[in-house]
Design a protein around this ligand. Structure first.
Ligand SMILES: Cc1cc2nc3c(=O)[nH]c(=O)nc-3n(C[C@H](O)[C@H](O)[C@H](O)COP(=O)(O)O)c2cc1C
Length: 217
């Protein structure tokens, strides 16, 4: 187990070196296998629900957010708006008893993934016409990719986080939408507490060959 952990640390140190003014990752050291580092992070991601209360440094949070918004989205619409909350005195009001508050209070930040459910662009059949605003039928898919990217980056930085359902549950959505003063076209999609983990958090082995089909079902 020691060798993969060492490899992972070296890989993450190398891969986490960003240039300050753009989103390019500098080339990792020759000894780092990016595929192995990526697989390590993906397979080690797990839901973490207890944290030590330490704040997350701003530069680390920015890396997580950069990972989130690097997600793919249908027609590159990028429907996400992300609210980072760290003022614990506001959590009671914002989450209004519909969530496990202990988890939120122990975290370093609570990140609210919001989605613009509409898209404004020229009609598909007439790209030269003026833009119109219409429902975006696939914003949920885009938001899932965005949220998962954030969770993977948290894992890579040694943080723990858990995807906490918000949409489509009205009792969870209403208080946070009101607290954040969200416009009508923006919905709170998922809430992710993130922090330095406590406890024994282990990834689950989900590899199940009965779920994999080749060529046909
Ligand atoms: C859409 C979605 C909603 C979830 N909602 C909650 C939630 O409300 N509370 C919670 O504790 N975990 C929630 N989870 C986390 C799952 O329970 C967790 O991903 C699952 O048990 C698998 O465990 P793992 O993440 O450690 O692999 C949610 C996950 C997803 C993808």
């Amino acid at each position: 187990m020691r060798k993969p952990i060492l490899l992972f640390c070296v890989a993450i140190l190398g891969m986490a070196t960003f240039t300050s003014c753009n989103n390019k990752v500098e080339s990792p050291e020759a000894s780092i296998d990016p595929a192995e580092a990526t697989m390590y992070t993906i397979l080690n991601r797990k839901s973490v629900r207890s944290y030590n209360g330490e704040a997350i440094p701003a530069d680390v949070m920015e890396h997580l957010l950069r990972a989130a918004v690097a997600a793919p989205s249908g027609m590159d619409v990028r429907p996400w708006h992300i609210v980072v909350m760290t003022d614990k005195s506001k959590y009671e009001e914002a989450f209004a008893g519909n969530f496990n508050m202990e988890k939120f209070m122990q975290s370093g930040a609570v990140v609210v993934f919001c989605a613009d459910t509409t898209v404004t662009r020229p009609p598909r059949e007439n790209p030269d016409a003026p833009a119109v605003t219409a429902p975006n039928p696939i914003w949920r898919d885009d938001m899932g990719a965005c949220t998962e990217n954030f969770l993977l980056a948290a894992e890579a930085y040694g943080l723990g986080a858990v995807w906490t359902a918000c949409y489509p549950f009205a009792d969870r959505m209403a208080p946070i939408a009101a607290y954040l003063n969200l416009p009508g076209n923006i919905v709170p999609y998922a809430i992710v507490p993130v922090g330095y983990p406590t406890g024994d958090n282990q990834p689950k082995d989900k590899w199940d060959t009965t779920r994999i089909h080749y060529e046909r079902w």
